[in-house]
Design a protein around this ligand. Structure first.
Ligand SMILES: [Zn+2]
Length: 212
């Protein structure tokens, strides 16, 4: 499995590009910006986008989705609880001082039980509300990897002070949906360096007993 992690845009959102060497199909997660660089990676590996997954509707994760959808014809997957945030893309653009991006059409719901296939790997959607109401993570058991969006970071968790954020929910999402994954599962957060479930269980200050 090809997996390239490309920090995109002003806020350096980690866009993940997964590619299957046999079928040459790709799944792109969080195409927040820098379409030219995403395109270059797809071309380098000879990949055709099969699906676009948006972990949540914050502008830095979703701003390139409409363009990538138009270019590739691939459907966009997002959780329906983030539609209100998606409708606020114009306001979100003013928060970070960028031009309002085109709003992508959402073709399919990404929710508990949704599974996308790439090669022999399953991309299993897990709902992890808290950072936003519709935040999701993507667990790929055959790769032992979880794409965590802005739910879990190395040594931190997602902020919950933006509209729709919920500090109690993010903790119960992490505990219920992520901490049960294998200790050596690799976590690809929405920003910054990768980590493992075991490392965060042991060291993440937000997940230690007595801190809740
Ligand atoms: Zn976010």
């Amino acid at each position: 499995m090809i997996h390239e992690i490309l920090p995109v845009g002003l806020l350096q959102c980690n866009c993940s590009i997964f590619g299957d060497e046999q079928s040459h199909e790709a799944i792109v997660v969080d195409p927040g910006d820098d379409l030219q660089e995403i395109r270059a990676i797809l071309t380098k590996h000879g990949l055709k986008v099969k699906a676009i997954i948006v972990t949540h509707a914050h502008i830095d994760h979703v701003a390139g989705a409409a363009r990538l959808r138009a270019e590739s014809g691939a459907p966009v997957y997002m959780n329906e609880r983030d539609h209100a945030l998606l409708d606020m893309l114009d306001l979100q653009a003013t928060w970070i001082g960028v031009e309002e991006p085109e709003r992508p059409q959402v073709d399919h719901q990404a929710q508990d039980g949704t599974v996308l296939q790439l090669g022999t790997s399953d991309f299993q959607i897990r709902e992890t509300p808290g950072h936003t109401p519709g935040s999701i993570c993507i667990w790929i058991p055959q790769q032992n990897k979880v794409v965590a969006g802005d739910t879990l970071f190395r040594d931190s968790i997602g902020r919950t002070d933006l509209p729709g954020g919920d500090s109690r929910k993010i903790i119960s999402s992490i505990e219920g949906q992520l901490m049960s994954l294998p200790e050596d599962a690799v976590v690809i957060p929405g920003h910054g360096r990768s980590t493992t479930i075991g490392r965060e269980k042991a060291h993440n200050p937000f997940l230690q007993p007595g801190t809740k």
